[in-house]
Design a protein around this ligand. Structure first.
Ligand SMILES: Cc1cc2nc3c(=O)[nH]c(=O)nc-3n(C[C@H](O)[C@H](O)[C@H](O)COP(=O)(O)O)c2cc1C
Length: 153
């Protein structure tokens, strides 16, 4: 069973977690990139993101998603943004058919864990099997991550 790890990362922390998960699971990686990246200034980014989340806005993904259909188990990762996943993940969930696939959400956060992210996955992916997943702060321990993944798979 080949695993796919799909992620969006703004400042690199979720990217590192995604790379570690791919290493541990021998999975393939896809980074979700969008056509108009967010502002580098934190406060401006928060404002942009708040407006987008309220409107359920889906930024345009420029990454190649053609191969996603070849995998049955997909780790999907995002920073916790205002208690949910980042808008590029909403774009991904709407663009790709994840019916009957197993989704393992993962996130990095500043103290809020998953927030309401798991509920939001359930709302968007009604025909997928959604596992509890992994929520970590940036200073996580690699060995602990390994055992969390073994418990999930
Ligand atoms: C726009 C924005 C909103 C955020 N909202 C939250 C939040 O609601 N709860 C939380 O715990 N952390 C929040 N954070 C912190 C990020 O989740 C955390 O720094 C994460 O590890 C960043 O991952 P990245 O480097 O992959 O972008 C927010 C960060 C940004 C930039």
């Amino acid at each position: 069973m080949k695993i796919l790890v799909v992620y969006y990362s703004y400042s690199g922390i979720t990217k590192r977690l995604a790379e570690d998960i791919a290493l541990i699971t021998n999975g393939d990686l896809i980074e979700i990139k969008i056509d108009k990246p967010y502002s580098f200034s934190y406060n401006t980014a928060v404002k942009e993101v708040r407006e987008q989340i309220e409107k359920q806005y889906c930024p345009k993904i420029i990454s190649d998603l053609e191969n996603v259909n070849n995998y049955d188990t997909i780790f999907i990762g995002s920073p916790n943004w205002l208690k949910t996943f980042a808008p590029p993940i909403l774009s991904f969930l709407k663009e790709v058919d994840l019916s009957n696939k197993t989704i393992i959400p993962f996130c990095t956060h500043g103290g809020g864990g998953f927030g309401r992210m798991l509920d939001d996955y359930k709302k968007e992916c009604k025909n997928s099997i959604i596992k509890n997943g992994i929520a970590l702060k940036g200073n996580y321990n690699f060995e602990e991550l390994k055992s969390s993944i073994q418990n999930i798979l």
